[in-house]
Design a binder for this molecule. Structure first.
Ligand code: SF4
Length: 528
């Protein structure tokens, strides 16, 4: 649905800020693609854009793709932005630039919802999800778009039911410039891991769209030209297992109908391994990747962070089970926990080798506002507000020891030989379990072949000729070519290149140690 009953017309400029360079945004892979410039289209901002009154012209700028121009600001009557903590400085910078044009600026999204005081200069703070605060904001702008005398804080008390959410305005985004397309079925998670802000922000009882909304969104993504990977950004895909079971047959049907043009991925807790009925349907719906927050292989640490549900099956067994349904596991790992010991780094590296997981996002612990971890550390006076540090946590082990252990782990885990050995395992033991899908007309189309050839040319030149790990690459690549597995070659080489390059930068202190830290490395993600 859209906001109703508004007669006045306002021109709204929606701006998504640049990312701070981080492990999870894959920017080292972009030069190997056919023109990707950004990670994922921002769901929240595109939903708000779709919710605005039908007669309000909306322009969307993702500053990861292009900078907002003078002409954009001159066109607009008000500016909407949204983002995460890691984009805080960029968000405040957009506000400053919009104010230079005397435009009212409203901010919504997860960062301002958790920490309104991070954004003192904004005219409107939209705290919480889509709901009555959104209607109030639209009403105020309709009556008067000029900047209010003082900051107005609007808090959502009555959230819009997700089953009434509009389809995100994907058509406003240059969807083909994104590494992954995104979609959202649910919001919230029933667990309460100590470090996580999801239950505090979005609740423990997941809210849901309908399966019909999801297939309509997939239709729209397809219309916008998406044919690659689509990531379910749900906090936990099985946060409501019944809902996941209800959705999956619709996804299977949709994939059959459209010729399996989308490869699906999601985030879910590792205890999904106990649900073969869900895994089998996910296989049939062509899910090929699951991100699991394994966090640590240490059972004491899992207990301490209230993530006992990761131990419902032995971790390695859980990973193998997921692999047996053709899905590669991607894992989040945290270092700097109170339970860490001097040998935690070695134990982690042993786990990396044993798990055979190619992609693990290894972060240093960062305390996020609105989490039990934040409250505990605040009480113990262990929060440190210093942007020069890689974490805001006063670790129990010496800071330098923790950071150097993290750097060492990054360096060793992503040595090209080790990483490609893990990919080889996936090629041998995970990917063969995937659904064998028929070759679709879309795959045989000249546009798709041309895209593949551009990516192969980039990979062969930048990794196979210029790359300093080309021997390892060619050993893997030639075997893939012999098997005619071009798609497997392209995806492993692209992701692998990002992991290797990022880890090298990290191991010499040129990348930050947390996806959540706001320590900036602006120069490495040029948007202009
Ligand atoms: S299971 Fe995942 S989403 Fe849920 S509280 Fe834990 S870390 Fe957060």
């Amino acid at each position: 649905m859209r906001a109703q009953g508004i007669e006045t017309v306002r021109r709204i400029l929606c701006i998504f800020p640049r990312y701070t360079s981080s492990f999870g945004t894959f920017e080292y892979a972009y030069p190997l693609t056919d023109g990707v410039q950004a990670f994922m289209p921002p769901q929240g901002l595109l939903v708000i854009a779709a919710y605005l009154p039908e007669n309000w012209p909306v322009r969307f700028v993702d500053e990861n793709i292009r900078a907002t121009t003078k002409e954009d600001f001159e066109w607009a009557e008000a500016v909407f932005v949204s983002g995460m903590h890691i984009q805080r400085n960029q968000l405040n910078d957009i506000c400053r630039r919009a104010h230079a044009f005397d435009l009212a600026v409203a901010i919504g999204g997860p960062s301002v919802s958790a920490c309104p005081d991070y954004y003192p200069a904004f005219d409107y703070l939209h705290v919480g999800e889509l709901g009555d605060a959104t209607d109030e904001l639209i009403g105020r702008l309709a009556r008067n778009p000029s900047r209010p005398d003082q900051q107005v804080v609007l808090k959502t008390a009555d959230r819009l039911d997700m089953s009434r959410f509009p389809i995100p305005a994907y058509e406003l985004a240059e969807i083909k410039r994104y590494f992954l397309a995104s979609i959202q079925y649910s919001s919230g998670c029933p667990y309460q891991c100590e470090f996580c802000d999801i239950p505090g922000l979005y609740g423990r009882n997941p809210r849901l769209k309908t399966p019909q909304q999801i297939t309509a969104e997939l239709d729209k993504l397809l219309e916008c030209g998406v044919t690659g990977s689509v990531y379910f950004v749900d906090d936990n895909f099985i946060g409501n297992r019944k809902a996941a079971v209800e959705l999956l047959p619709h996804l299977v049907e949709w994939q059959k109908k459209t010729g399996y043009v989308m490869r699906l991925a999601c985030e879910a807790t590792l205890n999904i391994a106990k649900r073969p009925e869900i895994l089998e349907k996910m296989r049939e719906a062509f899910f090929i990747t699951i991100f699991c927050g394994i966090e640590t292989p240490d059972p004491d640490a899992l207990k301490a962070m209230h993530k006992d549900h990761n131990m419902m099956v032995p971790i390695l067994e859980g990973i193998r089970t997921i692999n047996s349904y053709g899905m590669e596991v991607v894992s989040g790992i945290i270092m700097g926990l109170d339970t860490d010991k001097p040998d935690t780094g070695e134990a982690l590296l042993a786990f990396v080798d044993e798990s055979r997981i190619p992609l693990l996002t290894i972060n240093l612990l960062q305390a996020l506002p609105k989490t039990p971890l934040w409250d505990r550390l605040e009480r113990a006076n262990r929060l440190i507000d210093d942007e020069a540090r890689d974490s805001n946590v006063d670790f129990l082990l010496p800071y330098d020891q923790v950071v150097s252990s993290w750097r060492k782990c990054m360096e060793i885990a992503y040595q090209p030989e080790r990483l490609y050995a893990r990919y080889q395992y996936q090629v041998d033991f995970t990917y063969p379990n995937r659904l064998k899908i028929p070759v679709t007309p879309e795959q045989k189309s000249w546009a798709n072949i041309k895209r593949g050839l551009i990516m192969l040319r980039n990979i062969f030149w930048k990794v196979g000729v210029l790359g300093d790990y080309r021997k390892v690459f060619w050993k893997f690549a030639l075997a893939r070519l012999r098997h005619g597995d071009i798609e497997g070659l392209i995806s492993s080489a692209m992701i692998g290149h990002h992991l290797i390059m990022f880890a090298r930068a990290a191991s010499v202190g040129q990348q930050n140690a947390s996806n959540y830290s706001i320590r900036l490395r602006e120069a490495s993600v040029p948007a202009e």
